[in-house]
Design a protein. Structure first.
Length: 78
């Protein structure tokens, strides 16, 4: 349950036929915004009160962490 998706330069097109098929059309139910850059997007979200977290392979156990705040930005990439 996330409320929106922010894409940065170099992301795949969320409206390409393969992406639409993979999301089964759910991309049309979530607002999608295009950011000018990753650093600018993270700074803007943090300034607006979001806690910014990122997925990493060697991070801590997800279920051992403290509860997350309501305003959260999850960064996923490769």
């Amino acid at each position: 349950g996330f409320d929106a998706c922010v894409l940065t330069p170099g992301c795949a097109d969320p409206f390409s036929p393969k992406a639409l098929r993979a999301t089964m059309g759910s991309v049309f139910r979530v607002p999608v915004a295009q950011a000018e850059g990753s650093v600018q997007a993270v700074k803007a979200l943090a300034r607006d009160g979001y806690t910014v977290v990122a997925s990493v392979l060697d991070g801590e156990d997800f279920f051992a962490r403290e509860p997350l705040p309501e305003k959260i930005c999850l960064i996923v990439g490769n």
